[in-house]
Design a protein around this ligand. Structure first.
Ligand code: SF4
Length: 237
């Protein structure tokens, strides 16, 4: 049966290789200590879970035209489940929206083995280890950024980068600059704002943190609008 041509096998292979490399990274001593401490101490509601406690690689469709970029895994989300935006409220919000937009086959993201599949999108982050207070230092950001750069280089179909929040926006601009795609002055972040950088369009959205979603700063319909725009942009290039 005719269908979409699949991604070159070397894309999937390189993503797997990168995921293994990321999972075994110890470059930031403070974050290594923190991710392991959180994994040992846990939190009462997940006291019986085995935490991943390691860096969390990106994942998704090797043919993705949209790369969603977060800040870092959540201490009791990705750091627990081993999958980015999985097992926390931000992920609940994000994957429900991706499902409504047709990018995910299920509205929930619980953990590896839940059957969740992404189509047309790949999800990564600026930092791959959960940072204390959700605040990586500039050195920790720079240590980790090469992984995002390699994802962008490997995911050759990506045309839209969707950073979740100002920190991810800044990280994406830096990653694109590392690929030689520099714009001056650096484009400013805003919800729904777009910036053309080389062959990519950067499309900003507020981060789906509880701080934003519980206060109504970011609503489901705002996220739906951004994802529809991402879809249009991904089709148009
Ligand atoms: S944040 Fe990135 S660079 Fe630092 S230890 Fe984790 S995976 Fe390695």
């Amino acid at each position: 049966m005719p269908g979409r041509p699949r991604a070159e096998p070397d894309v999937a292979y390189e993503l797997t290789r990168l995921a293994l490399e990321v999972s075994d990274c110890f470059r930031c001593p403070r974050l290594v200590a923190w991710r392991e401490l959180v994994a040992r101490e846990k939190v009462a509601r997940f006291a019986h879970d085995e935490y991943w406690g390691r860096p969390v690689p990106g994942w998704g469709d090797p043919e993705a035209r949209i790369l969603i970029c977060g800040l870092a895994p959540a201490a009791h989300g990705g750091n627990r489940t081993g999958r980015i935006f999985t097992g926390d409220r931000s992920g609940d919000f994000l994957f429900a929206a991706l499902h409504r937009a047709g990018f995910a086959n299920r509205p929930t993201s619980i953990g590896w083995g839940d059957g969740l599949k992404l189509r047309g999108v790949y999800v990564g982050a600026v930092n791959r280890c959960a940072p204390p207070g959700n605040r990586p230092t500039p050195v920790e950001r720079d240590n980790c950024l090469p992984y995002l750069v390699r994802e962008l280089r490997t995911l050759t179909s990506v045309r839209v980068v969707l950073p979740l929040g100002a920190y991810a926006w800044d990280g994406a601009v830096r990653a694109l600059a590392a690929l030689g795609e520099v714009v001056r002055p650096a484009p400013r972040f805003g919800h729904g704002l777009e910036a053309r950088i080389g062959p990519y369009t950067l499309l900003g959205t507020f981060h789906p943190s509880q701080q934003n979603t519980f206060t109504g700063r970011l609503t489901g319909s705002m996220m739906d609008t951004v994802l529809e725009r991402a879809k249009q942009l991904a089709r148009s290039d």
